[in-house]
Design a protein around this ligand. Structure first.
Ligand code: ZN
Length: 281
C-alpha cells in the first residue's frame, strides 16, 4: 500500500437533518434515494458516508426501519465497500433510545458522537448530556463501532479528552471539526488551526476531518487539505454548490473536493485505506 500520509478521506453527508425538497429538489430523502446517492458518491471517490434518515413527511427523525432499509440498500451493492457512518443525533429533541438503536442494531463501522451540548442555530438545545455521552461511548466500544467525535467548538475537544481518560472513548480517536454552525465556533482558517492544535495537544495521535457550513465551506475545505486533514462534504452542510447555485447532487461536491485534493498533490483514500488510517477493524 502506498504512503497513507498522502491520502485524504472524503466523507459525504448526503442528507442531514434540515434540507427539505422545498429547499432543494436534489436532496436525497427516501432510503432508495440516499442509497443510490451514496453509491454514486463512492464511485466518485467518497470513502465514508454519513447517514441521516427522515420520516414520511421528510422531517428529521431516527426511525429505525428507515435506517435499516437505507443500510440494507447500500450493502446490497456488492461492489461498494464504502464505510458506513450513522448519525446518533438525527436532529434535536429526539429520544436517546431512538438515537442509539440504529448503530446498536445495524453495527456500521462508524457512528457520530456529538461531544457536548450546545444551543443549536439559535433555535433549540442540542442535548448531549454527560450520562448519555458515557452510555454512548461505552456502547460503541461494545458494538465495535468507531465514534466519529463531532466537535462544534473547542470545549468539546476537552470533553473528548476527559472521556478518553475515563475509558469511554478509545485512543486513537477520530474527530470531525464541524465549523460555522451558529452556536458553535465560526468557520475560519484561524479557528481551524486552533481546533487542530488543541486536539493534538489533548488527544495526540488522533485523526481529524473538517467541514464548514454555508459560506465557510470552501475556506475550510481548502484549509483542511492544506493542513493535512480529511474532508467532509455534502448537502447536510451545504445545498449550494456556489453562491446562488444549488448543487444538483452530492456527487458534484465529491468531485470538486477530489479535484482539490489531487491538485494539491495528495491522493484520495479508498475505503480500505481509510480503514487503515482510521484504525477500523
Ligand atoms: Zn449528521
Amino acid at each position: 500500500m502506498s504512503d497513507l500520509k498522502n491520502k485524504r478521506i472524503i466523507t459525504v453527508a448526503t442528507t442531514g437533518a434540515w434540507p427539505t425538497k422545498e429547499n432543494t429538489p436534489y436532496v436525497p430523502i427516501e432510503p432508495e434515494e440516499i442509497a443510490e446517492e451514496v453509491y454514486k458518491c463512492w464511485k466518485a471517490g467518497a470513502a465514508v458516508c454519513h447517514i441521516h434518515c427522515r420520516d414520511d413527511q421528510g422531517k428529521a427523525a431516527m426511525e429505525f426501519p428507515k435506517f435499516k432499509k437505507t443500510v440494507d440498500l447500500i450493502r446490497a451493492h456488492k461492489d461498494c465497500d464504502i464505510i458506513i457512518n450513522l448519525t446518533t443525533s438525527g436532529g434535536i429533541n429526539l429520544s436517546e433510545d431512538d438515537r442509539i438503536k440504529p448503530f446498536a442494531e445495524l453495527k456500521p463501522e462508524m457512528a457520530s458522537y456529538d461531544c457536548g451540548t450546545m444551543n443549536w442555530q439559535h433555535s433549540g438545545v442540542f442535548e448531549n448530556n454527560p450520562k448519555f455521552l458515557e452510555k454512548l461511548g461505552l456502547l460503541m466500544q461494545e458494538k465495535g463501532v468507531k465514534p466519529e467525535i463531532e466537535v462544534f467548538d473547542p470545549g468539546m475537544i476537552y470533553n473528548a479528552q476527559y472521556y478518553i481518560k475515563k475509558g469511554v472513548l478509545k485512543a486513537p480517536a477520530h474527530f470531525q471539526f464541524c465549523m460555522g454552525v451558529a452556536g458553535g465556533i465560526k468557520g475560519t482558517t484561524k479557528n481551524l488551526v486552533f481546533m487542530k492544535e488543541t486536539m493534538e495537544e489533548v488527544a495526540p495521535g488522533s485523526t481529524w476531518s473538517a467541514f464548514g457550513v454555508g459560506a465557510s465551506a470552501m475556506e475550510i475545505l481548502y484549509a483542511s487539505v492544506a493542513m493535512g486533514g480529511h474532508i467532509r462534504v455534502g448537502m447536510e452542510d451545504n445545498i449550494l454548490y456556489k453562491k446562488g447555485v444549488l448543487a444538483e447532487s452530492n456527487v458534484v461536491f465529491v468531485e470538486r473536493v477530489r479535484r482539490v485534493i489531487e491538485e494539491f498533490g495528495c491522493e484520495v483514500a479508498k475505503p480500505d485505506e481509510a480503514r487503515e488510517i482510521l484504525n477500523l477493524k
